[in-house]
Design a protein around this ligand. Structure first.
Ligand code: ZN
Ligand code: ZN
Length: 259
């Protein structure tokens, strides 16, 4: 069995044609799992020929808009399809995220003056648990530290395990026990690589942090993501190579990795 990881986006709020906001698609045993849904994610999916109704699960790492701004439009695609088509065979996704994920969408629906969720429960919203099974996949969520503009986000790293393969996603995080535990022994670790060496802050790691945790936790391959254009020309791989001997890939939008 191979696991297919498609990098949908490797950017942040600074969306451009080469870097949509950070989002990923995991395909495992016929199931499609979307991780995060920021600006440009739906367009990337459509460019890759992936229909929204084919997505089985959406995991949200945290509520920052560079990871969630396409989530309400994603939801509305299903809501409006139900309104227009009323096809009983339509498959609806499960959306899993930090506590309050349903309220997050309800609040958006109020602010957008589209109260489309009330009395309509076909898209299921689920608060994440520390560990759960979906299909045969073990999904663990680890709370991470991510403080932006003085406010700590309720942010998680995810770890997917199946058939002795481990794929982990840092989400947005500084170096902290949660992200270290999530990436332990990963075959692939998709990592917040916002900053060059020495630039890490309360919101994101830098290359030094990444190299140290990946080395300590015996990660096999790192996929770098969540790039700011301000640092995109820095040789991040060289900086990480100083302390990490595994494989390092600088993520590109639409890149496919078979695990
Ligand atoms: Zn964030
Ligand atoms: Zn972010």
């Amino acid at each position: 069995m191979s696991i297919k990881l498609t990098i949908l986006g490797t950017g942040t709020f600074f969306v451009n044609k080469n870097r949509s906001a950070s989002a990923y698609l995991l395909e495992i045993k016929g199931k499609k799992i979307l991780i995060d849904c920021g600006p440009g994610t739906l367009m990337r999916l459509s460019q890759l020929g992936i229909k929204l109704e084919d997505i089985d699960y959406v995991f949200i790492t945290h509520f920052h808009a560079d990871h969630t701004s396409d989530l309400f439009p994603f939801f509305m695609n299903f809501r409006l399809n139900d309104f227009f088509i009323k096809n009983k065979n339509t498959k609806y996704p499960k959306i899993i995220g930090p506590v309050g994920i349903k309220k997050f969408i309800i609040n958006l629906s109020k602010d957008f003056q589209l109260p489309a969720l009330q009395k309509w429960n076909k898209v299921e919203f689920i608060n994440i648990k520390p560990s759960q099974k979906i299909e045969n996949i073990k999904v663990e969520a680890y709370k991470v530290k991510h403080i932006a503009f003085g406010l700590r986000a309720n942010a998680y790293a995810y770890r997917f395990s199946i058939d002795n393969k481990i794929i982990s996603f840092s989400g947005d995080s500084v170096r902290c026990p949660g992200v270290e535990r999530a990436c332990r022994n990963s075959d692939v670790f998709v990592c917040d690589a916002s900053y060059p060496k020495g630039m890490g802050n309360l919101a994101h790691m830098d290359t030094q942090d990444i190299a140290e945790i990946a080395s300590k936790q015996d990660v096999k391959k790192i996929i770098l993501s969540h790039f700011y254009p301000q640092y995109d020309s820095v040789n991040l791989i060289k900086e990480i190579r100083e302390k990490f001997s595994g494989e390092i890939v600088k993520g590109k939008d639409s890149m496919i990795i078979l695990i």
